[in-house]
Design a binder for this molecule. Structure first.
Ligand SMILES: Cc1ncc(COP(=O)(O)O)c(C=O)c1O
Length: 189
């Protein structure tokens, strides 16, 4: 039987379990774990970034990114359906004192650029400081078009925002379009 409830219900194969049990390990604090180091190097290369950081979960990765980009009292713009808004226990607010500003996801998964523009708060003590646009690709099984990413990145740049990708399924988005992961990740900070 193939369980189609979610891609998260998959189980590791025997070969994967064997690779894990035989992996060379070391002290990660000293940067001595060769397996983690090589995984991070591989990820950096694949995504086209200077470096990468292994995290124990996607939730942790999102939280680290949100807290790296935003300070206490800042806000991030994201989709109503975004995992890092809806399904992560409000972690950015709980642990980072960062306010989410959720916006409607259109049927194709995008957030209308006009909605993003309209949600950016003026520089005024009444408001949280809008610092970050957070997108998810794929979202709800939909691939965000590359032209949309380029336009969203340009808008973020013009308005002085950072732009984050929840790339839990970025490999799916790359395969679906026949492009590299770096071609997608290049639109993000
Ligand atoms: C889009 C998206 N982001 C983040 C996560 C969180 O990943 P994790 O379950 O490893 O914390 C998930 C989990 O399914 C996800 O679907």
């Amino acid at each position: 039987m193939i369980d189609l409830r979610s891609d998260t219900v998959t189980q590791p194969t025997e070969a994967m379990r064997l690779a894990m049990s035989r992996a060379e390990v070391g002290d990660d604090v000293y940067g001595d774990d060769p397996t983690v180091n090589s995984l991070q190097d591989m990820a950096a290369e694949m995504f086209g970034f200077e470096s990468a950081l292994f995290t124990a979960s996607g939730t942790q990765a999102n939280l680290l990114a949100l807290m790296a980009h935003c300070e206490r009292g800042d806000e991030y713009l994201c989709g109503q359906q975004a995992h890092n808004y809806k399904f992560e226990g409000g972690g950015a607010a709980v642990l980072g004192s960062i306010q989410p500003q959720p916006l409607t996801n259109q049927l194709d998964g995008t957030i209308a650029l006009a909605d993003i523009e309209a949600a950016i708060k003026p520089d005024d003590i009444h408001f949280a400081r809008t610092r970050l646009l957070s997108l998810e690709n794929t979202i709800g099984g939909k691939v965000l078009p590359q032209t949309y990413l380029a336009n969203a990145q340009a808008l973020a740049f013009q308005r002085g925002l950072k732009i984050h990708l929840d790339g839990a399924r970025v490999a799916n988005a790359a395969v679906a379009q026949g492009i590299g992961i770096a071609d997608i990740a290049g639109h993000f900070d």
